[in-house]
Write a protein that binds this ligand. Structure first.
Ligand code: GLU
Length: 425
């Protein structure tokens, strides 16, 4: 018997790593996995904590805490982004590294899972300070990352420029070029075409397939997007311009707005760039973040941070499909409520796997120093995402469970097989 992950308080209920472990536990139970195998999957292989002390522009001295969680390497070099956020924590990095492991396995790219982070507010740092932080982070981790060990990438509040500084620092340390040490780089330094929109693009391939399954005509469909950052704004553009969807509500960390007659995604992005928020966008009305999630719509896309759909509000979700572009937006209790209410989830580590899949293409291109066109990237991405979506839905049907569990079962079986073949278990 596997020991259940018990949560007693609301704080524990929303603790990211406890959530990741509960999800894993639920999936392992469905497939009857042995306790010792579950244990081997329930913690990272290696967890690194670092401190970065540096002189700020004003002469003051600051110390930042950073992490890298290397979750599982059975299927290949570990892979996952680096998040710079004031609320970054050990628990969150571990959870995100677990989800990266399941993500790479679910879409069947030959990589393991990892995640990194620094507790900081990049919005308060100068360009010079950002560069110092990036170089310091990679210097501290230089023995633990590498094209065949662990390959970082961007995540919340990190970007191609930060990846470029990190790559340069790593190459300086090892004394040779190694572009595949990091992905999400600028195109000029070996980045891949299509990488900046890849998370959104991959999500839209899943949405397209789910719409077919649910008889939703995307040209007549309505979409609400929570979070208007990189993933959220790109998914709005693609769904509106390529599929004819009507975007009726959007939000960011400062608030939410709606218009049931439709919002023009380009205008919203231009307005956000100018004013730093979508709040106050012309032809829209303000709405609370809670009410935005509960709007009547066909597709709801959480595209920001964790734990937005939980026990408290899950019963009020009216969308037919929840497409999770964020990592961890729905808690396990909320999952049960949504499933009972007939709301279909495209689970995070399937829905947002487009980012890491194109990162994998970037690694391959970096090894060969031969680069693909955007068309080639998107065609290959479509094949991988559509197949992973179908596999997930079929597995969920086979086990009479929700799509999240379907995706978990596929991923766990692949990771466990790799561990068995290596003789680890
Ligand atoms: N940070 C992204 C994710 O959560 C991309 C990771 C990567 O490209 O390695 O999937």
């Amino acid at each position: 018997m596997i020991e259940e992950v018990i949560v007693n308080t609301q704080q524990e209920e929303l603790d990211p790593f406890k959530i990741a472990q509960r999800q894993l536990y639920n999936a392992c139970k469905l497939i009857g996995l042995e306790q010792d195998v579950y244990q081997s999957l329930a913690e990272p292989e290696k967890f690194i904590e670092i401190k970065i002390t540096m002189k700020m522009d004003d002469g003051s001295i600051k110390t930042f805490k950073g992490f890298r969680s290397q979750y599982n390497s059975a299927r290949g070099p570990m892979k996952g982004g680096i998040r710079w956020h004031p609320e970054e924590s050990e628990s969150l990095v571990k959870a995100l590294s677990a989800w990266m492991t399941w993500k790479c396995a679910c879409v069947s790219i030959p990589l393991g899972g990892a995640k990194g982070g620094i507790i900081c507010n990049p919005k308060e740092l100068s360009e010079n300070e950002l560069q110092k932080l990036a170089r310091n982070y990679i210097r501290k981790l230089s023995g633990d990352v590498g094209p065949n060990i662990d390959v970082p990438a961007p995540d919340v509040y990190t970007n191609p420029q930060i990846m470029a500084w990190m790559m340069d620092e790593y190459e300086t340390i090892i004394g040779e070029h190694a572009p595949s040490v990091i992905t999400g780089k600028p195109i000029e330094l070996g980045g891949s075409e299509g990488r900046s929109v890849a998370t959104a693009k991959g999500g839209t391939y899943c949405i397209r397939e789910a719409a077919i399954d649910h008889d939703i005509d995307l040209k007549k469909s309505t979409v609400v997007i929570q979070g208007y950052g990189n993933a959220g704004s790109h998914v709005a553009n693609i769904l509106h311009n390529e599929y004819g969807c009507k975007i009726i509500g959007i939000s960011d960390s400062k608030g939410a707005v709606y218009n049931t007659n439709g919002i023009e995604p380009y205008d919203a992005l231009a307005y956000k760039k100018e004013t730093s928020s979508v709040v106050g966008l012309q032809n829209t009305e303000p709405i609370s973040n809670e009410k935005l999630l509960e709007m009547e719509c066909d597709i709801l896309i959480p595209a920001a941070l964790e734990n937005v759909i939980k026990k408290k509000n899950a019963k009020n979700i009216k969308a037919k499909i929840v497409a999770e572009l964020a990592n961890g937006p729905t808690t396990p209790d909320a999952d049960d409520i949504l499933y009972k209410n007939g709301v279909t989830i495209i689970p995070d580590f399937l829905c947002n796997a487009g980012g890491v899949t194109v990162s994998y293409f970037e690694m391959v291109q970096g090894y060969y120093l031969h680069f693909w066109s955007e068309k080639e990237v998107f065609e290959s991405l479509d094949k991988i995402m559509s197949k992973a979506y179908r596999d997930t839905v079929n597995k969920a049907k086979e086990y009479n469970t929700n799509n999240r569990m379907g995706a978990y079962i596929i991923a766990i079986q692949r990771v466990v097989n790799a561990m068995k073949l290596r003789g680890w278990i």
